[in-house]
Ligand binder design. Structure first.
Ligand SMILES: *Cc1c(COP(=O)(O)O)cnc(C)c1O
Length: 389
């Protein structure tokens, strides 16, 4: 029996040809394709600078460093996200804290953020950076978060790993109108892919420069950035910071550049699939994804919540039954602070009640470009039979 994954890349002949062209070219990495990929994404989003790296995790790390996150600082994010949104702060020696979610959009709640900021101000523990995550591709209330950043003096990194191709108040995610830096992921389950890869976008030239430096060992080859030395000791490069090898290769960038040609098509198809799910699932004891009026989601994920009081099965039983039937549903996500590594830091069950309630009921059902109408029918049939049995 063929299984249906929850997410899957779509690779066409043009993608393959683009990668092969790089393999036959002079540069496998640090060649001409990477800047072309950065430019096409920056232009699409209306951002001034784009820094491509080998993963969104790396992008989050250098974004935090560029904003000066370090020991003694605190970074806040949502618990309903992939662990990388929180780990990036720990890489910098900072601490992490979590703001509960909005029960309708599942994004970081601006009301809870406001309350927590007011308390933190009293105790002198305001965050340096807040990382809202556009969960499933649906933009957060960025205007609200931005207003609070002005009031309380924190910086903003949008973790838009789910959200390239999405829009907020009619404008593309990634334009940084309400943030300092936006991060995209190009992992194969995401909207477009480079195999592994990520990108950080910003309108601040200094931040872009700092991130470029950090992605490649902290080494500069720009004369004006070099520290003064006698002429005979000035060579073509200097290490001026401690950076990393987070570079994206031209092979990966070529795939990304080619995939960008179909970004709008990818998102349109996901939107179409989501609308069809909305209709097909409307009579079932489920909470379907709500779209806020300000947002156009890229629908990285389609998450349903079980109305368990109307279903004769547990959350886990529904999950297991669907997987056994070949529909490879998933759970996005276990609240980050419920991971054993985070529990060791002292986070307890019940810390974010809305996130935990969500976690007890949520299942991601398949949504991706290549999902056919027939397969979507199978998903709905299996789901219906499972929860009605
Ligand atoms: C996938 C993902 C990441 C990490 O992306 P990688 O490119 O795999 O490093 C970070 N945050 C969120 C919300 C993600 O979904």
């Amino acid at each position: 029996m063929d299984t249906i994954p929850y997410g899957c890349q779509d690779i066409n002949q043009a993608d393959i040809d683009a990668v092969i062209d790089v393999l036959r070219s002079d540069f496998l990495t640090q060649g001409p394709v990477l800047p072309a990929f950065e430019k096409i994404v920056a232009d699409y989003c209306g951002a001034q600078h784009a820094v491509a790296v080998n993963s969104a995790t790396s992008a989050l790390h250098i974004a935090c460093l560029a904003l000066g996150v370090g020991k003694g600082d605190s970074v806040w994010t949502t618990p309903i996200t992939f662990v990388a949104s929180a780990n990036c702060a720990l890489y910098c020696g900072a601490t992490v804290d979590f703001v509960d979610i909005d029960p309708l959009t599942y994004n970081l709640s601006v009301d809870r953020l406001q309350e927590k900021l007011a308390q933190a101000k009293q105790s002198g523990s305001l965050p340096k950076v807040v990382i809202p995550v556009h969960f499933c591709g649906q933009p957060c209330d960025m205007a609200g978060i931005h207003a609070l950043s002005q009031q309380y003096g924190f910086r903003i990194i949008e973790d838009a790993s789910h959200a390239i191709g999405g829009r907020y108040q009619g404008e593309p995610i990634g334009n940084n109108r309400f943030s300092d830096i936006t991060v995209f992921s190009f992992h194969p389950v995401k909207i477009i892919t480079t195999g592994e890869g990520g990108m950080a976008l910003t309108n601040d030239e200094q931040l872009a420069k700092r991130m470029r430096l950090l992605r490649s060992h902290g080494i500069t080859s720009t004369a004006e950035d070099m520290h003064p030395r006698p002429p005979e000791e000035l060579w073509n490069y200097q290490q001026i910071e401690l950076g990393f090898n987070y570079r994206m290769t031209d092979i990966h960038a070529a795939l990304g550049l080619s995939q960008m040609q179909r970004l709008d098509e990818f998102v349109a198809k996901r939107y179409e699939l989501a609308m069809r799910y909305d209709q097909m699932l409307s009579g079932l004891p489920l909470v379907l994804p709500l779209q806020h009026g300000d947002s156009f989601s890229s629908y990285h994920l389609y998450v349903i919540r079980m109305k368990l009081w109307k279903i004769k099965k547990t959350h886990r039983q529904v999950y297991d039954a669907m997987r056994e039937a070949g529909v490879l549903v998933n759970l996005h996500y276990i609240p980050v602070y419920r991971q054993p590594y985070y529990e060791k830091m002292g986070f307890n069950v019940g810390y974010c009640p809305q996130a935990e309630q969500y976690y007890l009921e949520a299942i991601s059902i398949p949504i991706y470009f290549g999902l056919t109408e027939a397969q979507q029918g199978v998903v709905v049939d299996v789901l219906r039979k499972t929860i009605q049995a």
